[in-house]
Ligand binder design. Sequence first.
Ligand code: KIV
Ligand code: ZN
Length: 519
Amino acid sequence: MTMTTTDTVRIFDTTLRDGEQSPGATMNVEEKVVIARQLEKLGVDVIEAGFAAASPGDADAVARVAEAVQAPVVLSLARTKQADVEAALRSVEKAKRPGIHIFIATSDLHLTAKLMMSHQEVIDAACWAIGLAKSHVEHIEFSAEDASRSDPDYLVQVFAETIKAGARILNVPDTTGYAVPQEFGALFRDLIARTPGGDRVVWSAHCHNDLGMAVANSLAAVRNGARQIECTVNGIGERAGNTSLEEVVMAIKTRRDIFGAVDVGICTEQIYPSSRLLSQITGIPIPLNKPVVGDNAFAHEAGIHQDGVIKNTLTYEIMRPETIGLKSNKLVLGKHSGRHAFAQRLQELGVDFGGVDMSEAFARFKALADRKKHVYDEDLVALVAETGVRSADRYELVDMSVTSSTSAAPHARVRMRVDGTEREESATGDGMVDACFQAISRLVGRQPTLVRFQVSAITADTDAQGEASCSLREGAFAVSGQGVHTDIITASALAFVNALNKLDYRHRHHQRAQATVGP
Ligand code: KIV
Ligand code: ZN
């Protein structure tokens, strides 16, 4: 298909649903609302806020997101079951622009091994569920799960019937990340050409990244007629993740020669703040070499490259850092900077995560500036993101001291507030971080398994803030936490406490253990 007019490619963000199915990416309701508000600022067209039927906690989160944003369509995922469709519809009742996303698998493998349904039964179930939703919402998306491994002739049949039933958006998922771009693009061309009524609906691509081709496959779909891309911030999602929002958007924006006939309504300057915010909330670090938002994405190491960039940035840079919200005029704040300078810089950076108590953020900034000579933009984004998501915490680190010497085992003493009451505990450990984690575990009465632990520096100077992240597992629950501080032991303790709060939240809300939908 040749692209002749400028069409809009809708950005359907599923960070809060498929993204949350990433191991350890669980978010509580308040965190989801903070992310949703940021997604609205980013300019996404659709927010898939969760899977309402999965648990009351999920339904509540979708409902809260539905109330919190105005411009994007807010929808919930639903299987073709009555209870799912009803829960999904209830959860978006208060949305300004409500929608529903109904899915059922269409590959023979899924039909025989998982659903135990015939081809006709799947079509009937899909049409029935769409019919049920139709009198309540106009925005009905239907997904043929495992479409890329389904028989194309059968897909044509499924899509033709679901259009007749009332679906307005048809989603073609590469559920297992199996497709390659040429093949996936051809599938779109074929489906759009052969499906009766296919010219009246929006075709959507939903790709997983198991072979590292989610972005390429999504772009191939666009080149062949798709006008919606389903993606997540930082590409988080099941297994190897989903199509990364920032990569697919910046590919369309950067390669106008190839994608000039389409555009996306994304405010690209909000890409970096969104990426940092999500990382802060989920505790999942952004890989250094992650395209677009990784710390190294605009760093030039080789002398020849540095020389070229100094002479002309275009020699080795295909995008400008400012385009994604990274300011090149890095204004440095310090302990003499006042509230006005602080607020102004945040405004210039486009950092306004909504619901953040700015007095608390300013107090944290002052405390940071006392410990650290220069406070950089990256520090500010991390600080505000952290302030916005710590409000509903049950465990709070009040004070800690750790000692270590060559002759004695490291010893940690921690003071924490648990449900408002201060307590103290101490422990020894294999190292200073271990001693801290032991003391904290003892104090809160939890012994989770530490699955992953990582510390990195936010900026380059010797008094840089350390950003620690850790993943914990306790029974069926896996969570990640993040902490930022100039002292890396304190950053580690904060990350551990953050993860413990998430574990506690999950236990209290009996949220689903891990992925409940899709593979
Ligand atoms: O990957 C997938 O197939 C999904 C569907 C539920 C759309 O996430
Ligand atoms: Zn998916």
